[in-house]
Design a protein around this ligand. Structure first.
Ligand code: IMP
Length: 425
């Protein structure tokens, strides 16, 4: 079955853990957008890894990991990740990179920094060159990974692209030279060539053979280029609608869509975040949830769960189910607030608004009773305290989507599969 795992909030919802959990059964794990701005910290029998580009399916011997055409990748960063994985004894030959994926080149990283400096109001990007690489892709100055095969053509194309970039943004010339870019690209090229392929037959055949294919979204709907809090967004489409374009599969092939949400909300980067808490509750969530960015180390802003965002994603992404992560972090609170709507100028809103209006909304909260018990050892839904069960059921009712998984800790074993939904793991 073709199954998508997408972020239902602002990213960092715990997709890495769920993909790792679900990849046990998957024949392929496919990334369809984003790049090195992603960050998963994975702890397993091989060690501790900070993966930015390689899908976490790489740890499963039977799983092929795919970087689809919609991904942008920094060649040297990918080489470094592969080298680290190989040093830990992992067979990386099960990674396939679409020849159509675009490269993030050093001048994209320079441009990311330069652009943030130009803005009166920063986006708060990860400074990984993601936005500029997608700009070049759309502007038809980008270089596809498959172009690494023909050295002579590659050099000409890179010279043209670099010159065009410097002509448009002369300030970038002071960051480095063409020769440096060329040398670093050559160094990565030899290592990457064996991984590059046409991924279309792979996915077509997987579909024909009814294989289990997991599509791993990076970030979440609120950072989607079109449906998030523009301009405080990433430059690709993390929503499930991005899978068709980014992985090259028909939208009708995706049969199952799991929205991943924390039991509260976090965000890194700038832009509106209606339920953000600047009080002791916010600090409580940040400390207890260890809320620091995996790529940038920035502290994540924390706030209450936001139902309008989940409701919006239920429609736009078409969730067939939710995974509710980090429920254990809420243990110990007397009461828990949940935003069920927003209000602005006397009007109530069920769904998020564009950023310029989102900045002005007030959340309309409902209060639910908390629970004091540590739930990290709970393994069935029935093990959870009554108030925790009621919290989960209330979220389902508000969003209108069943919560199939409840996560109560970072370990794979700390995942509750709802008893009444056990027929399909
Ligand atoms: P960019 O994707 O680096 O251009 O950053 C755009 C926005 O997405 C900023 O708000 C970043 O903080 C946010 N962002 C990018 N990647 C991640 C991630 O992996 N987790 C959380 N936020 C991210």
């Amino acid at each position: 079955m073709f199954h998508a795992v997408v972020g239902a909030q602002y990213g960092d919802e715990g997709k890495g853990k769920m993909v790792d959990y679900l990849a046990e059964k998957a024949d392929l794990v496919v990334r369809y957008q984003g790049g090195g701005n992603a960050g998963h910290t994975i702890v397993n029998q091989y060690g501790k890894f900070a993966l930015h580009l390689v899908p976490s399916g790489i740890f499963h011997n039977h799983t092929i990991s795919v970087l689809g055409a919609g991904v942008v990748l920094h060649p040297q960063q990918l080489v470094d990740e592969l080298t680290t994985l190989e040093a830990a004894g992992i067979d990386t030959r099960r990674l396939v990179i679409s020849e159509r994926a675009h490269m993030v080149l050093p001048y994209h990283i320079w441009q990311d920094k330069w652009e943030e400096e130009q803005r009166s109001k920063k986006v708060g990007t990860t400074l990984q060159g993601i936005g500029p690489a997608y700009q070049d892709k759309v502007g038809r100055f980008g270089l596809q990974v498959g172009e690494l095969r023909d050295l002579h053509r590659l050099r000409t194309r890179l010279e043209t692209a670099f010159q065009a970039k410097i002509n448009r943004i002369p300030g970038l010339a002071s960051y480095g030279t063409f020769d440096e870019i060329w040398t670093s690209l050559l160094a990565a090229r030899d290592k990457l060539l064996p991984y590059i392929a046409d991924t279309t037959p792979l996915l077509y055949e997987a579909h024909q053979a009814e294989k289990d294919v997991l599509f791993e979204g990076q970030l979440g709907i609120m950072r989607d280029l079109d449906w998030g809090v523009y301009p405080f967004v990433t430059s690709s489409n993390p929503i499930a609608g991005g899978i068709g374009a980014g992985a090259g599969v028909p939208p009708t092939a995706i049969r199952r869509i799991t929205g991943i949400t924390k039991a509260y909300t976090t965000a890194v980067g700038e832009g509106p975040f209606p339920t953000q808490l600047n009080d002791s509750y916010g600090t409580y969530l940040q400390d207890k949830g260890h809320e620091y960015g995996a790529t940038t180390g920035r502290p994540r802003a924390c706030g209450w769960l936001d139902i309008p965002t989940l409701r919006y994603g239920a429609w736009i992404n078409g969730y067939t189910e939710l995974a509710l992560m980090k429920l254990d972090v809420l243990s110990g609170l007397d009461q828990i607030q949940v935003a069920v709507r927003y209000e602005k100028d006397g009007t109530q809103y069920e769904w998020p608004l564009p950023a310029y209006d989102m900045e002005l909304v007030q959340p309309v909260y409902e209060t639910l009773p908390g629970w004091q018990e540590d739930i990290s050892d709970c393994r069935t839904f029935a093990d959870l305290p009554a108030n925790a069960q009621a919290f989960v059921r209330q979220v389902e009712a508000w969003v209108g989507v069943p919560v199939r998984y409840v996560s109560v800790g970072p370990d794979r074993a700390q995942t509750i599969l709802r008893g009444d939904m056990e027929t399909q793991a």
